[in-house]
Design a protein around this ligand. Sequence first.
Ligand code: GLA
Length: 410
Amino acid sequence: MKKLLSLLILLTCSVTAFSQGNNYEQNYKKYEGLALTPPMGWNSWNKFACNVDENLIKEVADAMVASGMKDAGYTYINIDDCWHGERDSLGFIHPDPKRFPSGMKALADYIHAKGLKFGIYSDAGSQTCGGRPGSRGYEFQDAQMYASWGVDYLKYDWCNTEGLKAEGAYKTMTAALQKAGRPVVLSICEWGNDKPWEWGQTVGHLWRTTGDIYNCFDCIEDHGTWQSWGVMQILDKQEGLRQYAGPGHWNDPDMLEVGNGMPANEDRAHFTMWSMIAAPLIAGNDLRSMSKETTDILTNKEVIAVNQDKLGIQGFKYASKDSLETWFKPLDGGKWAVVFLNRSKQPQKVEFDWKNTPVTDELSKRELNASKTTYKLRNLWTKKDVGNTKKAFKAEVPAHDVVMLLLSSK
Ligand code: GLA
């Protein structure tokens, strides 16, 4: 009888444990209300790769403020791969003591004191892409550690994840972050492999849609077993994804390469298109030494306002002819952003007859009908008012460049 009773108790306990805990795939909950517009910040990877240390990060935080980037809306200072040291005997992760001798809490405090937020990087697998310790099997401990440091943003990568299913792996980290109790933006970085746009909305705040960006306008860089993609290649890969984006959950076409070596026209086109597709604006250049041209691109508040529009409707390609593309993005208050993107190496003339070209967005059910409403036109790069929609718009778009207009009826 006694034996039977103990067996019954044991059985009940295990059934309860199974149904209550440990099933992260069902019991996960992301932090709502974060990233209602696309996140804006800086990340170390594109420029510095594994060469990160606390002095660099502090100097970049200083420069974020001094350069006007903070005023323009950039908030997150994110350390990418290679900050890691080792796990201690209990399994808790610590930063590399040589590169981060003051520890992550002190660094986070420094960043927070400037009114900025602090982001970090990990990986769902056994090791990060840079070969540092991954979070697999340590998700709850890592999330707890990040919370104790004051982390506000986690980019969670996908190297060395053999045998893992992306959706479950990311949900586990979402549950861990929730358990740790500190609101964190979760950036899902599995390169679009397992269609994160289909399951990511309740799991994280942004998801990479592609492999890594490469610092060139129109090229593919072959690394043998993998490829990285130029700005135009990444743009093309966003086709068909706009319905998945919205406030709190964004398509992420990867971080910006503005200021990393492309000429100003290409940087301008890159920044413009990322704004049009409501992409996270995560700068990836050296903020300490950027040229005036780069600063002017990254801090153009009127272009940023298009990206940060509160409706969060991702823009769309309306037409494409001879390497000249026309893009539209519906904005709050009945406004529209319009871009003419010249992908060719020659200047191209554009002519757009607003009154005879009504534009309808089936997704957002918005209509731009210039035969009914007259819109004022403003060129967001020259920062000049350029007439209205009563007359056809004529311009020349330089090679690998854009003309970007704001249309407003009031
Ligand atoms: C992957 C990611 C990159 C970067 C590196 C770091 O390639 O996609 O954005 O984080 O790993 O190793």
